[in-house]
Ligand binder design. Structure first.
Ligand SMILES: C=CC1=C(C)c2cc3[nH]c(cc4nc(cc5[nH]c(cc1n2)c(C)c5CCC(=O)O)C(CCC(=O)O)=C4C)c(C)c3C=C
Ligand SMILES: [Fe+2]
Length: 485
């Protein structure tokens, strides 16, 4: 089955309580409970920061990532000669390439799971989408003792933020384009793999909206996939994006006998890949060419921010990877004779905490005042157009820049289905195949978690009261007044 066919407004869950289709209106509370519970390994971060180096195994040693086979950093080109018997989604791998834990190892059925954030498709989806996002313990990281506040807080923040978010989504046509674009990328990737004689089913699993990662996994099970490559559509790793999605996968996999024996390879980050760097440089070169004086244009990389504590306390490699990514893109441009000034800043901060600096809005004002006249904005943490490119950059930041003295404004489009980029992702998938390994070797590892409705109600009740009290603290009151939420 193709990724596009995963679309649907109901969910089929893996265990009996949720195995029926759940109507959308009733979905939110149960889904978020089911998705997020018990997934808190990141609160005990390894003392060593996650590494961006492929020769350093600290990423693989991280508690979250144990049990899954991971590819990260520059994926080494292997001497891989895939001979595939191409039938409908079924590939046969030579034995030395594919290490299979299944008894019927002769017939491999390859799946590729694209992970993405997801976005509200209508304005009515905005608040429940925000609820799912803020209920994620990788997005609002509470100390263990306050964990029971997660859902009441998520409810509160999502309700308070929804009006501002809705304005943004209304300005870009009433919903996020993410699902459509990711489906198109999935299709393009399937075709790029086919062109390399690799037949694969490509699935889309979103973290906070339909089609949810759990739905994609259900489909993977129904399709009896025998080997899976997991490819998050985030070039750089962050605890809040790829980390959060992998946490969900890990939880679902360990609870399921079939999945825990499925050979899986996870590509953690791919910002260093030549195809990605070159296709970003191509886009920048093309947009620079539209300015009257291209050499005078400042290249302004704008990345989605994360709270500073993610990097400094939890060891998120996101900032390091982002800086290396920008360095590599600029090196590629230099090799083409393009030596423009450039800068990196972080956008989209949420809530009353310190986020990675410098902030995009502040830098725009600063450089405008310093006399920069031409600027090319380059969104760099995401490969699809979304609210933060279409609204925040194209509308808010453009307006701010023009107000601050910048006269000529340009913006590089997101990669989308750029063919060099998609072909390179297909190469990444092929290169990840030989390292696919099962998470567990025995059914004993599969376990079920029990849901206790009474304790859920009690926690929600006391959690709501505490969240309300917290809300009245001066810091939060100030945050609301400043429009942070
Ligand atoms: C690499 C990309 C992203 C990181 C890192 C990231 C971290 C992060 N985000 C929030 C809060 C929100 N993000 C929202 C939307 C959103 N976030 C990303 C990407 C990253 N987020 C994308 C692509 C989108 C847009 C999806 C779409 O609908 O098009 C939102 C909702 C929009 C809004 O209200 O502004 C919130 C809220 C946090 C707190 C965080 C790190 C902790
Ligand atoms: Fe975000």
């Amino acid at each position: 089955m193709e990724a596009a066919s995963l679309s649907g407004s109901s969910l089929c869950y893996r265990n009996d309580r949720f195995s029926r289709s759940i109507p959308r209106g009733r979905y939110i509370a149960s889904a978020s409970r089911n998705f997020s519970d018990g997934l808190n390994d990141f609160d005990k971060p390894s003392s060593k920061p996650l590494s961006i180096s492929s020769s350093d195994s600290s990423t693989q040693n991280h508690s979250l990532l144990k049990g899954l086979n991971l590819s990260y950093g520059p994926i080494q080109k292997r001497n891989l000669n895939l001979q595939t018997d191409c039938a409908v989604g079924v590939c046969t791998f030579p034995e030395n390439v594919a290490e299979s834990h299944h008894s019927h190892s002769a017939e491999e059925k390859l799946g590729v799971l694209l992970l993405n954030l997801g976005g509200p498709e209508t304005l009515n989806d905005v608040q429940p989408f925000l609820y799912n996002l803020f209920a994620d313990p990788d997005i609002i990281r509470l100390p263990r003792l306050l964990r029971f506040l997660q859902r009441p807080l998520a409810k509160l923040i999502s309700v308070l933020r929804a009006p501002k978010s809705k304005e943004g989504y209304a300005a870009i046509g009433g919903g996020s384009p993410l699902r459509k674009i990711t489906d198109e990328q999935a299709d393009a990737l399937r075709m790029a793999l086919e062109a390399k004689n690799v037949c694969a089913n490509v699935y889309v699993g979103m973290r906070y909206w339909f089609p949810f990662t759990e739905e994609a996994i259900e489909q993977i099970k129904r399709d009896r996939i025998t080997k899976l490559v997991v490819l998050p559509l985030y070039p750089q790793f962050s605890i809040s994006t790829t980390g959060s999605s992998i946490r969900v996968l890990q939880q679902v996999f360990k609870e399921d006998a079939y999945l825990s024996r499925l050979p899986v390879s996870v590509i953690l980050s791919w910002y260093q890949r030549q195809g990605y760097i070159r296709s970003m440089a191509d886009l920048i070169e093309k947009e620079l060419g539209k300015f009257a004086k291209p050499e005078e244009v400042m290249i302004f990389f704008s990345a989605h921010g994360v709270p500073v504590s993610y990097v400094e306390d939890a060891g998120d490699p996101y900032k390091d990877q982002m800086e290396e990514c920008i360095y590599l893109i600029m090196q590629e441009l230099k090799a083409r004779g393009i030596g423009n000034d450039h800068t990196l800043a972080y956008q989209s901060r949420v809530g009353p905490v310190q986020w990675l600096k410098p902030y995009t809005d502040e830098v725009l004002v600063e450089i405008g005042q310093k006399g920069v006249k031409s600027l090319l904005a380059v969104p760099v943490s995401f490969v699809s157009e979304h609210i933060e490119t279409l609204e925040e950059i194209d509308m808010e930041y453009k307006h701010l820049a023009l107000e601050s003295g910048i006269e000529n404004w340009g913006r590089v489009p997101a990669l989308g289905c750029n063919s060099l980029f998609i072909t390179d992702l297909a190469d990444a998938v092929v290169e990840a195949l030989p390292s696919a390994k099962a998470m567990a070797t025995s059914t004993d590892d599969a376990e079920e978690t029990e849901f206790d409705p009474l304790s859920y109600v009690v926690k929600m009740f006391f959690g709501s009261i505490l969240a309300f009290i917290l809300l009245l603290t001066p810091r939060l009151v100030l945050a609301f007044r400043n429009g942070f939420f």
